[in-house]
Design a protein around this ligand. Structure first.
Ligand code: 5AD
Ligand code: SF4
Length: 602
């Protein structure tokens, strides 16, 4: 017992000696650590070492003058870019707001750019005030569109210069970037980075170059094969006619239940007024399977309406690798297209065409609606018309951009058809697709357009009776055929007066079309609450006309118990009886919720 006591006492003494020793050692270490910390704090930080590394890595891509910041970094086709460590391109959760201007293609491109940046650890935000980086997805199709961007850039520069602002970088993306290239960075230090429509994959690098080296960075190279096929944006947006801003792509995906899927890029048509072939480059189609896969994903995510997008959707043509090689080696002569339609390029033969694609996507889910825009009248063979007619879920509104009702003007525009061929196509479509409707684009005051030629446009609108049209005053664009060969001689006020007259004739006819729908039952895909009143919902019918109806409980016929009543929600198909109309909207009473496949057209 005594021995055990002694042992315990000895053990305690030993522990205390060890503790004291340990205490001394720890103290020494702590002192050393403190001194090291002090030295470190007054010297470069850990982040600085990373930053140094990052700059060295980025410098591999820059010439001497670019490194010094004297000239901008401009991506060149010939340079084989060395590998960049992904950490250098890391966005470190910096916030990016992308504002979108122009067409639906730009909406889709915004989503592609956002997805690329998210993958590099950038955070996409909806509010300009929260953004470290603001990117403008721009349009160059008319002068007015560009003017708006210059104004916006001036505003953003003042924002960037104001104290306490988090905004550090401003970039221009899309068509205006391609058109103006370095002019954008030369002008009054408005822009830090520039990326053309085929350069969005380079965005993390351009932002890093500018951020680390304070050098402006530009990539406006156009590609022969970039389709961003592997980049599946998870976001979408609703359009508001010509110009709109995406505030929250994700939120709109959840509410409007609509999505865009890009199927091809670029254009080979070279209409004489149009800048698009220059800003977006050669026509190329996305692989069919990748499109079908994206459609499957979107339908799984609850999307109810998908619009297939491209500059010339119905010129879609997916080639295998061998077909592509054969094509490059072939020497086809320029040929006349069938049915009175011509092209300025060699006739393209073979490959999977638009009819196959449309048929394939429509089969993915019969409860999802499909639309497509923008097509060209030259690429509507009977097979496409039959696919449209055969699928209930392919909407029957066909966009058929006419541009003018005068054969002389159409010839000068190099549209490749006469009014007679156009009207024959309209007739053929009406015969093949009962309930078909048309929308169109028109340009007023093209070079040399006379009053008589303008009257012919009014006649055409009277004849076809469009459900919707877009009408633009002609705007001369550099680089185009018209810029080199024609004179922009129609005064501005005359162009604007003609635009008003075209709109007026359209409205008169559209009102008649809508009046004919009074009392009918329309299948409406619900988008959300009406902007004007929370007591009303808004949606669109098959022909894309806005339909407004009160937010009341209706029977849900998609359920087994047919007496179930509930309020409608975005994404529902509702049958609405039309009671009132204007030239652009229908108003009615909701009858019941249904499945698209169960709806019988009246
Ligand atoms: N001026 C006016 N409108 C134009 N469009 C294309 N280029 C111009 C231009 N230079 C119109 C055409 C086209 C639509 C997308 O824009 O109508 O179909
Ligand atoms: Fe422009 Fe004509 Fe091509 Fe349309 S088809 S993008 S109007 S060149």
């Amino acid at each position: 017992m005594e021995l055990l006591k002694c042992c315990r006492i000895l053990q305690r003494i030993e522990n205390s000696i060890i503790c004291r020793k340990r205490f001394h050692i720890e103290r020494k270490c702590l002192n050393k650590l403190e001194a090291f910390k002090e030295r470190l704090e007054s010297g470069p930080q850990f982040d600085d070492f990373l930053r140094e590394d990052a700059i060295n890595e980025i410098n591999k891509h820059l010439t001497k003058s670019e490194k010094s910041g004297n000239i901008a970094y401009i991506a060149k086709r010939s340079s084989i870019a060395p590998y960049i460590d992904k950490r250098v391109l890391d966005g470190k959760q910096r916030t990016v707001c992308i504002e979108t201007y122009g067409c639906q293609m730009n909406v889709n491109d915004t989503e592609i750019a956002a997805k690329i940046l998210r993958d590099y650890n950038y955070q996409i935000v909806n509010e300009v005030k929260d953004a470290n980086i603001i990117l403008l997805m721009t349009c160059a199709i008319r002068e007015g569109a560009e003017h708006k961007i210059w104004q916006r850039l001036k505003y953003l520069r003042s924002m960037k210069q104001s104290a306490n602002n988090v905004l550090k970088q401003v970039g221009v993306l899309g068509c205006m970037a391609e058109r103006l290239k370095t002019k954008l960075i030369e002008k009054d230090k408005l822009v830090d980075i520039v990326a053309g429509p085929d350069s969005y994959r380079d965005l993390p690098k351009l932002l890093a170059i500018n951020n680390l080296n304070a050098v402006n960075a530009v990539n406006v190279l156009l590609s022969m094969d970039e389709t961003y096929a592997d980049i599946v944006p998870t976001v979408t947006c609703d359009t508001n006619e010509e110009n709109y801003l995406i505030e929250s792509p994700e939120r709109k995906l959840q509410t409007a239940k609509k999505a865009y899927v890009s199927i091809m890029r670029g254009c080979d048509n070279m209409c004489s007024y149009c800048i698009v072939p220059f800003t977006r480059g050669k026509e190329r189609s996305r692989d069919l399977q990748s499109i079908v896969n994206e459609v499957k994903l979107l339908t799984k995510a609850g999307i109810k309406e998908i619009t297939l997008l491209g500059q010339n959707v119905n010129s879609y043509r997916c080639l295998s690798d061998t077909q592509q090689k054969e094509e490059i080696n072939s020497h086809n002569e320029y040929k006349l297209s069938s049915d009175g339609f011509r092209t300025v390029y060699k006739q393209k033969i073979g490959g999977l065409r638009f009819d196959t694609l449309l048929d394939s996507v429509a089969k993915v889910d019969e409860e999802v609606r499909f639309r497509f825009t923008s097509p060209h009248p030259k690429d509507f063979p009977s097979s496409v018309l039959h696919v449209i007619n055969n699928h209930r879920n392919v909407c029957k509104l066909v966009h058929l951009p006419a541009q003018s009702g005068s054969n002389v003007i159409l010839e000068q525009m190099r549209r490749g058809y006469t009014i007679e061929a156009y009207l024959d196509l309209v007739k053929k479509m009406r015969e093949t697709i009962p309930n078909v409707g048309f929308s169109s684009d028109f340009i007023c005051g093209y070079c040399g357009e006379t009053e008589a030629q303008h009257e012919q446009t009014l006649d055409l609108i009277d004849k076809v009776k469009y459900n919707y049209i877009f009408v633009f005053p002609y705007s001369m664009r550099e680089k185009t055929h018209a810029f080199h060969r024609h004179v922009d001689d129609v005064p501005k006020d005359v162009k604007n007066r003609r635009v008003k007259e075209v709109a007026e004739v359209f409205r008169r006819n559209a009102l008649k079309l809508n009046e004919a729908l009074l009392g009918t039952h329309q299948l409406v895909l619900v988008e959300g609450l009406s902007k004007r009143s929370n007591d009303h919902f808004v949606g669109r019918n098959d022909l894309n006309t806005k339909v407004i109806f009160p937010n009341v409980k209706v029977k849900d016929r998609t359920k087994s118990s047919l007496n179930d009543e509930r309020n409608v929600a975005p994404g529902d198909y509702v049958v609405v009886e039309v009671h009132k109309c204007t030239s652009e909207t229908l108003t009615g009473v909701p009858l019941f919720i249904t499945r698209l496949a169960d709806f019988q057209v009246n």
